[in-house]
Design a protein around this ligand. Sequence first.
Ligand SMILES: O=P(O)(O)OC[C@H]1O[C@H](O[C@H]2O[C@H](CO)[C@@H](O)[C@H](O)[C@H]2O)[C@H](O)[C@@H](O)[C@@H]1O
Length: 252
Amino acid sequence: MTELPHLEPDMALFLDFDGTLVELAPRPQDVHVDPALSDVLLDLQGLLDGAVAVVTGRPIVQVDSFLQPVRLPAAGLHGLEQRDAPGGEIVSSPPDNQITRLAHHIAGSGLLERGVSLEDKGPALALHYRSVPDLEGDVIDFLTRTLSLLPDLHMVHGKMVAEAKPKGRDKGTALRDFMEEPPFAGRRPVFIGDDVTDEDGLSAAIAAGGFGIKVGEGPTCAGFRLANVTAVLEWLQAGRDAMMDERQPQET
Ligand SMILES: O=P(O)(O)OC[C@H]1O[C@H](O[C@H]2O[C@H](CO)[C@@H](O)[C@H](O)[C@H]2O)[C@H](O)[C@@H](O)[C@@H]1O
């Protein structure tokens, strides 16, 4: 891999949340946001003319509550939700009744009694097995079998989690939508993500003339890597500091 480029004023930033902006935690509600992250995101919003978005598997309102007072353009639920401007409306894909049928199958599966936890995100359902990793095979088998009966839905397999959501939207479709409108249009997109579910966003950024940064180990289409969440924060801070220096009036 060649050396990671610096953040530049003509770029648009697309940021995954868990494992990229915050360290993974035992449960979804346990993540901790470094106050330095809020500071740098606020600064970058200004320096990139608003072209900074979060692209996450979580509901947008959840990310808002973790990042407050920062509120960014965002795509949530792996592209099922989108908010184009910080104070704008969250637009969601129409509900799919196959999710309700899946919820009944999950309730009858016995997995929850064995320690798997269900995260009900409304239009999407996630089965977490971080506290019972030996059940990964059982969770995947169950979802694969059940989703073969529910053809509107597909599985998204993340870190210690298997999710089911309606087909058709992902982090790549979200990035392409953002890139069609100001303040993103005409900029070079940079997508940063750590998980398999980020590969759609990473490849969309590359296809749109930008680049992708993979956080941590694992196969990826991204051309660049950062080691961990701390390295992501440091790269954002270095880009912010360099752009602020460039903006200082030059001494004569
Ligand atoms: O797209 P992301 O922003 O990376 O969100 C992906 C999923 O993140 C959350 O689950 C993951 O993080 C939890 C907290 O660190 C961790 O406990 C869990 O094992 C991880 O899979 C979130 O709960 C999901 O809804 C997101 O889809």
